[in-house]
Ligand binder design. Structure first.
Ligand code: CTP
Ligand code: MG
Length: 170
């Protein structure tokens, strides 16, 4: 069983393609108020969590809320794919601006499992092309991820993600 040290006062950046299990993992380990989800804010600004045209507005809100929470010293988890280095970079900068550590948790489910979960999902319709693009983006930045300014980078396969425990560290 993996034990994941996570900064008690800091930022946790979930990383993983659609269907990798980010929201499931977040719900299992963190309070609903600790989790800031790009999909939820897409819904807030468009009435449709899948409306990609709402992405910019949704992330404006995500970053604002993350900033407010970090200023108050609250553990904050970003539930978004974060497969692009620039997206992770913005979050690492936000943590640095507030003088708190950021850690990344990469949900690294196999492509086959992700495809199967996607097929079974009723809450979302994900284009195979979009999924392939996310997988490509993530694989491109994988090797350098531990040089992006995170205090720790935890990479979990699907089994580990199901059994890991989070341990808050000072
Ligand atoms: N799932 C599962 N077993 C797990 C994790 C997830 O069966 N250990 C299922 C969920 O019930 C869901 C699907 O796989 O139907 C996707 O999981 P989710 O946590 O929603 O994935 P996300 O990474 O949050 O996907 P998205 O980026 O699309 O929000
Ligand atoms: Mg999700």
């Amino acid at each position: 069983q993996r034990v994941l040290p996570v900064p008690a006062m800091g930022l946790v950046v979930l990383v993983g393609v659609s269907g990798s299990g980010k929201s499931t993992f977040a719900a299992r380990h963190f309070l609903p108020t600790q989790v800031v989800s790009s999909d939820a804010y897409r819904g807030v600004v468009s009435d449709d969590e899948n409306d990609q045209s709402a992405t910019g507005d949704a992330f404006d809100l995500v970053h604002r809320i993350v900033g407010k929470r970090l200023r108050r010293g609250l553990l904050t988890v970003v539930d978004a794919t974060n497969v692009q280095r620039e997206d992770r970079g913005q979050l690492v900068r936000l943590a640095k601006e507030h003088d708190v550590p950021a850690s990344a948790i990469v949900l690294d489910a196999s492509d086959g499992l992700v495809r199967e979960r996607t097929r079974l999902r009723t809450d979302r319709d994900i284009e195979p092309d979009a999924l392939a693009r996310q997988q490509h983006d993530l694989s491109r930045g994988r090797a350098q991820l531990d040089k992006e300014g995170f205090r720790r980078v935890h990479v979990l396969d699907a089994d580990e993600a199901g059994t890991a425990v989070v341990e808050l560290e000072p």
